[in-house]
Every structure is written in C-alpha cells, then in structure tokens.
Design a protein around this ligand. Structure first.
Ligand SMILES: Cc1cc2nc3c(=O)[nH]c(=O)nc-3n(C[C@H](O)[C@H](O)[C@H](O)COP(=O)(O)OP(=O)(O)OC[C@H]3O[C@@H](n4cnc5c(N)ncnc54)[C@H](O)[C@@H]3O)c2cc1C
Length: 448
C-alpha cells in the first residue's frame, strides 16, 4: 500500500464508476488513482434556493460512489471549497502525485476553471490530463465542408451520423482495471448537506437511471403527449453523468432512431455554445437583441407561479414547481408564451429554468430558450406564435395533463381571466419582432 496516490481523478459531470473515459485512462496509464469530487462553492454559493433538490441528488450520488470505492479498497476524497484552492494544495496533501485526470467540460466557467487548475498544478510539477467523455463529438469534430461549425441542426445531424461509427461507443471500462485504484484505509468524510448550508430533501423522488427500453420503442408515437410517461426521463442522469452517454446511444441505435435524434440535439447545442460562447448572454442572431422587452414584474411572477389563465402554460409551470422537470412539448409552449405573448426577455425565463430544473444544462437550456424566442441558430421563425389553446387541443386532447396540475381548469373564474388576450398578444409580438429584426444588428464581434 503506497503512502500517497500517484494520480487523482476529478469527477464533475461524470458521477459514475463505469464506462468513464478519464477514470479508465488514469487507472490504466498511471495507477494508484484516488478519485475526488469537489462541492464547488463558485457554483453552490450563488444558488438562490437552499432546498434545491439537486444538492440532495449530488450528495446521494457522491456517497454511493464513495461506498463502492471503499468496497474496492480505495476511497473518494470529497472537498467543499474552490477548485483552484483545492488543487493548489494537491502536492502538499499527496506527495507522490504525478497527474490529475478529468473529463472535459465545455461551458465557459468550466473552461476558465480548468485553465486555472492546470496552471496551479503545473506550478507544483503535477500534470493535468483531460479526456472526451460526455459527447461522441466535440465542438470542432463535426464541421461543414468549409471547416466551420454548424448553426443549423439538420445538416449538423446528417454530418454527425456520417462520421459516427458504433466503435465510438465502446465501453471505457473501470471495474476491470480496479487494481489501479489507490488502496487506502483513509476514510474521508463528506460534509452533510446542512453543513454546506442547504436543506436535505430525503423524500424527493428522482427519476430512475434505468433506460426503459419499452419507452424508447414507443418514443416516436408518445414523446409529444405530456399526459403520458412517454419520454426517457434520463435528462438528470445525462446532465450529471450518472448514466454514460455511450450507453444511451447504444440503446438508441437498437431501439429508437427518433430518440437518437434527441441525443444529437444535445450535442448540437453543446457545440453551438462551445463555438459561440457569447450566446450565453446574447441572442445568436444579433438583430434579436434589438427587441424592446416589456418585462413587467407582475406578469413574470404570474408565469413563474402558473397563474396565467392559460391551462397548458399553467400546468407546465406547476409541474416544474412540483417535480423540478417539465415535459419538452410544454417547455416549448411556456417559453414561447413568455417571450412572445408577454414580451418578456428570454434570459429571465432561462434563469428561472436554471433555478428550478433538475436537468438544467446551460447549452440545452440556452438552445431551447433561444429557439422559443426566435433568436436562436435554428429557431422557430418569429412570426410563428404558438397558440397555447390549440397546442393543448393537439397534444393534451383529453386534458389529462392539464387536469393533473390545474384542478380549477374548468372554473369560470379561472378561465375568464387570462393574463393577456391571445389575439392581442400575437399582434403585439408580431409588430415588435417585425420592428426589431429589421433594424441593423450591433456587431457581435463573433463569427457563427
Ligand atoms: C425552453 C427549453 C429549455 C430546455 N432546457 C433544458 C435543460 O436545461 N436541460 C436539458 O437537458 N434539456 C433541456 N431542454 C430539452 C428537453 O426539454 C429535455 O431534454 C427533455 O424534456 C428531458 O426529458 P427526457 O430526459 O425525458 O427527454 P427525452 O425526450 O427522453 O430525450 C432524451 C435526452 O435527449 C436530450 N434532449 C432531448 N430533447 C432535447 C432538446 N430539445 N435539446 C437538447 N437535448 C435534448 C436530453 O439529454 C434528454 O434527456 C429544454 C427545452 C426547452 C424547449
């Protein structure tokens, strides 16, 4: 048993001990590997809700990984702090340390954090090695014939599929190489949720990580009907890497091409954000930043609380409040309603989803919101204004979804007071959008 690990593996969006590229590489290439996880205060401290269920989810997953590693004779070192400070002390804590391995993360904050961690490790003579794990193709791997990133989904997905080969889904084994974990009798503690300033949610029922093949087989027919349990509910697990994306694609290949297309949407938005970091704050199409958003606080609060008087919109927002998840079709309807019917800035809706969604992912959320606002790369045209009543008739014809979340749906007092009249709101949106997109766009300084 050596006194210090020679490698650390830093878990971030890959909270699993199977099919993990960076962990597998560390075990095979170095050995004496100690996995670590950091409850990152840069992320935790600004969270507005102290009872955020994502903290409970993270805590449960990290504890389960620690138990598994202990069963293998190793441990998980869990920190609560700032990554750059944790790694600045790495060599002092582990004198034999040669290298830190991790899987790449493509968000703006993550890239900045990793560059700083690398700088601090190298100053101690410790290497920093990153691997591709959470996507099949990274942002510069699927390009147009001119060598540029794609801005439109359909040609991107065509090129993605052309370049794809099932060998790319080969499992990156962990357990088979488990002799490479640092053997230790150390028993590293994990702070409680309360010690980190949050409230535990032990009763919260998180979606299962099981990939339900019967759901995938019927996905094409049932995915758009929010009353049914017709989608995988894997988004939380794909977000935190508790399910491997390669495993998901393998199931898609066998059972549902339509589901495969959705997984490719996920990668499309990831490459879009990685190649255009400005869209985190700005419209992808700069002319949409000419829009004069109204942003009335009272109307925004009514939308957040599911009190707009539009049953499908209210059902969606109440599902979000109760389950911290919302069906994709309804996400599209509520997002369109906020931007177009109420002329409220998509960034406010994006932030509200970021606060509430278990599966919140910067790239997919930004992509979904800019799609709804019309400002996105591949967005709904601005003159397409969803009619929430028609959407409800089409996708919730028995009103089963609406009845579940809006029991007063039939009460005249509810129905007589929609927050805004549809025809009026539609005309107002068309006028404002029409005005804004005709104005010259401010030069964003970025290419597509
Ligand atoms: C306004 C808006 C905001 C959104 N915000 C997020 C978000 O923060 N995080 C998130 O993961 N998804 C987001 N989506 C996409 C989509 O709604 C969810 O991925 C989906 O509802 C999750 O449920 P599921 O796992 O059952 O999906 P399934 O239908 O079973 O799809 C399987 C997986 O494919 C991916 N996927 C599916 N649809 C999309 C899509 N349109 N864009 C990108 N990836 C997709 C997800 O990883 C999902 O888990 C958003 C969509 C809209 C319109």
């Amino acid at each position: 048993m050596s006194a210090s690990p020679r490698a650390l593996f830093w878990h971030r969006r890959d909270l699993r001990l199977e099919d993990n590229t960076g962990l597998s590489a560390a075990l095979m290439q170095v050995g004496d590997v100690l996995p670590v996880f950091i409850f990152d205060r840069h992320i935790l401290d600004p969270l507005p809700d102290r009872d955020d269920p994502r903290i409970t989810f993270l805590h449960q997953e990290v504890s389960a990984m620690q138990a598994q590693l202990r069963a293998w004779g190793s441990d998980l070192r869990v920190y609560y702090g700032l990554p750059e400070e944790v790694f600045a002390q790495a060599k002092a804590e582990f004198p034999a340390l040669e290298c830190v391995y991790t899987n790449r993360d493509y968000e703006v904050y993550a890239k900045r954090r990793d560059a700083e961690v690398q700088r601090r490790l190298e100053a101690q003579g410790v290497g920093f090695k990153t691997c591709k794990d959470q996507v099949v193709f990274e942002e510069k791997e699927v390009l147009t014939l001119q060598g540029k990133p794609f801005g439109v989904y359909t040609p991107y997905s065509r090129a993605w599929r052309k370049q794809f080969h099932p060998d790319m889904l080969d499992e990156q084994a962990v357990e088979r190489h488990r002799a490479g974990f640092w053997q230790t009798e150390a028993r590293y503690p994990i702070r409680t949720i309360e010690e980190m300033g949050f409230v535990a949610r032990p009763d919260f029922r998180f979606p299962s990580r099981e990939i339900r093949l019967e759901v995938l087989r019927a996905y094409g027919d049932r995915r758009d009907l929010p009353a049914l349990d017709g989608t995988s509910r894997l988004s939380l697990h794909l977000r935190f890497g508790t399910v491997s994306i390669r495993k998901a694609y393998k199931c898609a290949l066998e059972h549902s091409d339509k589901w495969m297309a959705e997984l490719i949407w996920r990668e499309f938005y990831m490459q879009l954000l990685a190649n255009n970091p400005r869209i985190e704050q700005q419209a992808f199409r700069p002319e949409y930043d000419n829009l004069r958003w109204r942003n009335p606080e009272v109307e925004f609060a009514a939308w957040c609380e599911g009190r707009t008087g539009y049953p499908l919109v209210d059902a969606g927002m109440r599902q979000l409040a109760q389950e911290h998840w919302m069906h994709n079709r309804v996400r599209m309807v509520v997002a369109s309603f906020l931007c177009k019917h109420l002329l409220i800035d998509w960034r406010l809706g994006d932030q509200f989803f970021a606060r509430k969604l278990l599966d919140y992912d910067l790239a997919s959320n930004n992509g979904g919101w800019q799609w709804a606002a019309g400002s996105g790369a591949d967005a709904a045209p601005y003159f397409r204004v969803f009619n929430p009543a028609l959407q409800a008739q089409k996708f919730d014809p028995q009103m089963a979804y609406i009845k579940r979340y809006v029991p007063e749906y039939n009460d005249p007092r509810y129905l007589q007071h929609p927050i805004v009249d549809h025809a009026f709101a539609r005309a107002r949106a068309l006028e404002e959008y029409g005005r804004a997109v005709k104005l010259p766009a401010a030069d964003s300084g970025y290419g597509e």
